[in-house]
Design a protein around this ligand. Structure first.
Ligand code: PMP
Length: 301
């Protein structure tokens, strides 16, 4: 069935949803994006995602554009038109269309595209086994805090993981410390119950799910340490996981072929996943676009 896609003010069947070849998103990756989870027909953490979108646009000197309050009704209409109960909304804003020129255009409206993807984000079979990751050098630019569509380094990292038979890649800086995953934030839990994740800086994306996870640390009886951690520390951790809007908390059970503890998803990780999903369900219920949802509460596996 054809999806309804939002393009520059119109809700269109996906086959009619088109962008110019002169769009700067296409020519220069001059564009930013967001991915929001949809649970029970509501949008989780909508405010936080829209605030990060506004920040990305500001950091890249985009002209003033839709405000968060203008986005929310559009997102809800998109969810409703697509009868989306569970999955993701993708939002992309480009600097607009102009004859190819490195200079930023004057008086050009940004292009806005939004679409939905149906996906079982809660009932993800990979959670049962956990995923394997390999580490690769982080070859991205120095503003990884801005969520741009310049995702080729992330695609290369993921392709390298696939080549090595792993599910994902964690990237490391020149000092051998993990920055983040190819499309997620990275965490380890030590044997002493410390949750370690890299501190915020321009080296990582400030994940919205990361904010949720850090709020739950105390409830999960863990102690937070925001600092760099090395590849070796990760390989020898008691537990490991990644977080993102599309996977919430995903257990990592193998790093560079080394099993993490007994090679099964860790109990603290699964607890954090349960708490994180329940918080997302509560948040989504406040931005309900369809009839009250059918998403069951999350339970530890
Ligand atoms: N880091 C990177 C590089 C990402 O691409 C993503 C997800 N897009 C994340 C972290 C996680 O961010 P969020 O929790 O907001 O999805």
């Amino acid at each position: 069935m054809s999806r309804t896609v939002y393009v520059n003010g119109e809700f269109l069947p996906e086959e009619n949803a088109k962008i110019s070849v002169f769009d700067r998103g296409f020519l220069f990756a001059d564009a930013v994006y967001e991915v929001c989870p949809v649970l029970g027909g509501g949008i989780a953490d909508a405010d936080a995602h829209l605030a990060r979108l506004a920040r990305s646009l500001k950091e890249l000197q985009f002209p003033d554009h839709y405000s968060a309050s203008e986005y929310l009704p559009l997102l809800k209409t998109l969810v409703r038109n697509n009868k989306l109960e569970e999955g993701l909304i993708y939002i992309q804003v480009t600097r607009g269309t102009q004859d190819r020129d490195f200079n930023f255009p004057q008086n050009t409206d940004p292009s806005v595209v939004m679409f939905t993807q149906a996906k079982n984000v809660v009932d993800n079979p990979q959670v049962k086994t956990g995923i394997s990751v390999v580490t690769v050098p982080d070859i991205r630019w120095q503003r990884c805090d801005i969520k741009t569509v310049g995702l080729l380094p992330a695609c290369l990292a993921k392709a390298e993981a696939t080549r090595q038979g792993a599910n994902d890649a964690w990237m490391h800086d020149n000092d051998g410390n993990i920055t983040e995953g190819s499309s997620n934030n990275a965490y380890i839990i030590t044997g002493e119950g410390k949750l370690v994740t890299r501190h915020l800086s321009n080296a990582i994306l400030h994940g919205i799910t990361r904010v949720s996870v850090l709020k739950l640390v105390e409830q999960a009886n863990l102690v937070l340490e925001e600092r760099p951690f090395s590849i070796a520390e990760a390989e020898n951790a008691a537990e490991a996981f990644s977080s993102s809007a599309s996977s919430f908390v995903m257990p990592v059970t193998t790093i560079n072929g080394n099993r993490i503890s007994d090679g099964k998803p860790g109990s603290n990780t699964l607890k954090l996943r349960e708490l994180c999903i329940n918080a997302a369900i509560q948040s989504a219920a406040t931005t309900q676009a369809t009839t009250p949802g059918r998403v069951a509460k999350a339970h530890s596996a």
